[in-house]
Design a protein. Sequence first.
Length: 197
Amino acid sequence: MAVEYLVAGLGNPGDRYRNTRHNLGFHVVEALGRARGARWREQGGNRRVARMALAGRDLLLVEPLTFMNLSGNALRPIVDAESLPPARVLVVCDDIALPLGQLRLRPGGSDGGHNGLVSVIERLETTGFPRLRMGVGPVPPRVDAAEFVLAEFLPEEQEAVAEMIGTAAECVAAWVTTGIDRAMGRYNARKEPPPEE
């Protein structure tokens, strides 16, 4: 059976980066695979993949094993091999422009300054693939954004992060089973800050 959908979780390989803000994409695809007993294997020397069925649809989960700014190098060969249209390739990544815990699913768009998306856009030669951005912001004052995303979450953020990963995995499943418009309507609802007293 041919692959119908591809979900790429972006991150950096290696234990050093495992629990950093930049590696949220890995955690989402791993959560999806774990929930459905998918088995991971290395492929092509630059990615890990796991194949699974979701509501009768054949889904391929991908973790590029290149560093973030070369993510597209791991995705282009498999997108070509499976003859997948861009609309069937979902990229999951962190976003410092969104507050911690907020999700934003979009059918396409710019790279937003995210090096992983820059690479995917360059290699796929299109901005027309959906992406699920996961809020890790804001970057604190006087903190370098690159250092911020390569740092681990604070202990007091862990609960919100775990919840966001679970919700993002649900969003990906909804994208496959109900389509992007319905998934956007359900998961893009903004988390409003509590009113100031």
